[in-house]
Design a protein around this ligand. Structure first.
Ligand SMILES: C[S@@+](CC[C@H](N)C(=O)[O-])C[C@H]1O[C@@H](n2cnc3c(N)ncnc32)[C@H](O)[C@@H]1O
Length: 182
């Protein structure tokens, strides 16, 4: 197993469990990648075409040297959205939420592609950060937002190790999906 640089949080077990749904030669986006812990996981597992995007790419510098990885510095909350529609067949999002970007996020996924998403939800504010409701999903929110455009492959919410309150989903974009408007 490849050793990780200091101060990189181990990967999410949810992502690790469901990653095999994304084929290794598909283009995959690690959105708001942070330290790139899921890009590193994908490299360990032999993924060939990974894009790691974040507004702050300082913790991705070593990954930018890998042939399999493209690092993109971008503001996901500014305009325009940095990715063309249907650019990726897999997307990973963890510990990041920006609701106005949701329709663009789904549009970035190719029909048949897989989104793996996990972040904090309501109730987390009693346990620790984040406490800002803008960063906390409401009960069932990921399912509600994705259902019109995706087959829901797996969904989980509630107390998690930490302790924390988290919500997680795996969704496959429908092949006959029309332009997302959520
Ligand atoms: C809590 S970290 C999560 C990082 C990573 N997904 C993980 O789970 O390890 C949130 C990330 O979102 C990034 N971020 C915040 N606002 C952003 C923006 N407007 N555009 C792009 N990235 C942003 C931060 O730089 C940070 O790396």
């Amino acid at each position: 197993m490849q050793s990780l640089p200091d101060k990189i949080t181990p990967y999410s077990p949810w992502v690790a469990e469901h990653l095999p749904l994304i084929e290794r030669d598909w283009p995959v986006l690690d959105l708001a990648a942070g330290s790139g812990r899921h890009t590193r996981l994908m490299l360990e597992r032999g993924y060939q075409n990974i894009t790691a995007a974040d507004i702050d790419t300082t913790r991705l510098a070593d990954l930018a040297r890998r042939a399999e990885v493209t690092v993109i510095a971008c503001d996901l909350e500014g305009a325009p959205w940095p990715f063309a529609p249907e650019s990726f067949t897999g997307i990973i999002v963890t510990n990041y939420l920006w609701r106005p970007g949701f329709a663009s996020l789904i549009a970035t996924l190719r029909p048949g592609g897989v989104l793996i998403y996990e972040t904090f939800m309501q109730g987390q504010e009693k346990l620790g950060r984040p406490r800002n409701p803008d960063f906390l999903l409401q009960p069932g929110e990921l399912r509600r937002r994705l259902e019109p455009h995706c087959e829901i492959v797996a969904f989980r919410e509630g107390p998690a190790p930490g302790p924390a309150m988290r919500q997680a989903i795996v969704a496959r974009r429908l092949n006959d999906d029309t332009e997302p408007t959520v």
